[in-house]
Write a protein that binds this ligand. Structure first.
Ligand code: PLP
Length: 369
């Protein structure tokens, strides 16, 4: 993009990947993987066929340990705190299944909490309780401070960036308040890691590979601080050993791919990536707000790359997503209210380019809308 920071970052990201079949504006669902990541995953799978699955895993051990180390580092913890999971949803289920909170305990969540996280909390016999937030769904820090001091929930679960609205939560302030009041803090970084700094003190942090980190599908992670982990009860094994929170068998090739994808993220420079993705978000919002009556939800300067759009009266969002894809080759997502039942009152269109979006891509989107 002409006026975006770090154009070389966008060009390098694009050059590292297979050519897109159309205009891919769907990284919040699933980013395009690099050729190196795709090759590493295929290579590991092939190696399994050549030497045996467990032997191939053993030979990847040093690499996987590096993966745990850098992943832990991105969220302020260590390699020994990182469990690989199959997805963010599986991670949150493992966490709440292992957490012996008394039935009926209140867990603070935002009104816009993700449906799958709410389901995991409810399934564990816990009660999600809406934390104070402003009209955009951002935590009201002052009101949260009062709540945590006067009538604290058993835990706070914060989704740092939601999937239906790319607003960044004040995670540093929430972390500070939770520490000061002794309330355990869980962070869902599925939409945040790779575009927002998540190196914040929390007790548990989980997310997924395939979104902003651009790793393979079918891989997620659950990172657990040792003192907090000691109080958990895994289905099997010792909570001191973080591997007790992993499944015995796994898509090891996918973990190898995630490790490489994180390596590419670090090589590009997380701060530079964040700066450019923030610029991408601004560029999209400025370009499409008001086009054919579509209205941008996020503040233009919100430091995230995804944009959600409220349709003009009478326009069907799911139909628009299908039309964009079929007639213009533009890939986007329709977020239906069930995704965030406490906040979304109607469907929104989500547009989520990665580092490599071009002016031409945005012109195509605007024209198609
Ligand atoms: C995608 C997403 C999840 C679930 O991730 P999976 O890897 O699909 O299980 C959880 N939380 C948020 C905010 C998400 O965007």
């Amino acid at each position: 993009m002409t006026d975006l920071p770090l154009p070389e970052l966008g060009a390098a990201w694009r050059a590292a990947r297979p050519r897109p079949a159309g205009v891919h504006l769907d990284s919040a669902a699933c980013s395009r993987q690099s050729v190196k990541v795709l090759d590493a995953v295929a290579h590991h799978a092939r190696h399994e066929a050549e030497v045996g699955g467990y032997q191939a895993e053993a030979s990847a051990e040093t690499l996987l340990q590096q993966g745990r180390s850098v992943l832990g580092g991105l969220v302020g913890m260590a390699a020994a705190d990182v469990a690989f999971t199959e997805s963010a949803s599986s991670a949150v289920r493992v966490l709440f299944a292992a957490w012996p909170l008394p039935a009926g305990s209140r867990v603070g969540v935002l009104p816009g909490e993700y449906h799958g996280n709410l389901a995991a909390i409810l399934y564990a016999g816990l009660v999600p309780e809406a934390l104070p937030a402003d009209d955009l769904g951002r935590v009201d820090v002052e009101a949260l401070a009062r709540l945590l001091r006067s009538d604290p929930p058993a835990a706070v679960h914060l989704t740092v960036v939601a999937s239906h609205r790319a607003v960044v939560q004040p995670v540093v302030e929430v972390s500070r308040l939770c520490r000061a009041t002794g309330v355990p803090l869980v962070l869902d970084v599925a939409q945040a890691l790779g575009q927002v700094d998540c190196d914040v003190r929390a007790d548990a942090v989980y997310g997924t590979s395939r979104k902003w980190l651009a790793g393979p599908r079918g891989v997620g992670f659950l990172v657990l601080r040792p003192a907090f982990r000691a109080g958990l009860v895994p289905v099997q094994g010792d909570p001191a050993d973080v591997l007790s929170f992993e499944t015995h068998d796994a898509h090891v090739a996918g973990r190898v791919g995630l490790t490489l994808a994180i390596g590419e993220h670090l090589a590009a420079g997380p701060a530079a990536v964040r700066a450019r993705l923030a610029g991408v978000g601004r560029a999209v919002r400025e370009r499409v707000d008001g086009v054919a009556g579509w209205r941008v939800v996020e503040p233009f300067g919100e430091p995230t790359a995804a944009t959600t759009l409220v349709p003009p009266d009478g326009v069907d969002v799911a139909g628009t997503v299908a039309r964009l894809r079929a007639e213009h080759g533009v890939v986007t997502t329709a977020c239906l209210p069930a995704r965030a039942p406490g906040e979304l009152t109607g469907p929104v269109l989500r547009v989520s380019p990665h580092l490599d979006v071009t002016d031409a891509d945005l012109e195509t989107l605007a024209a198609a809308l």
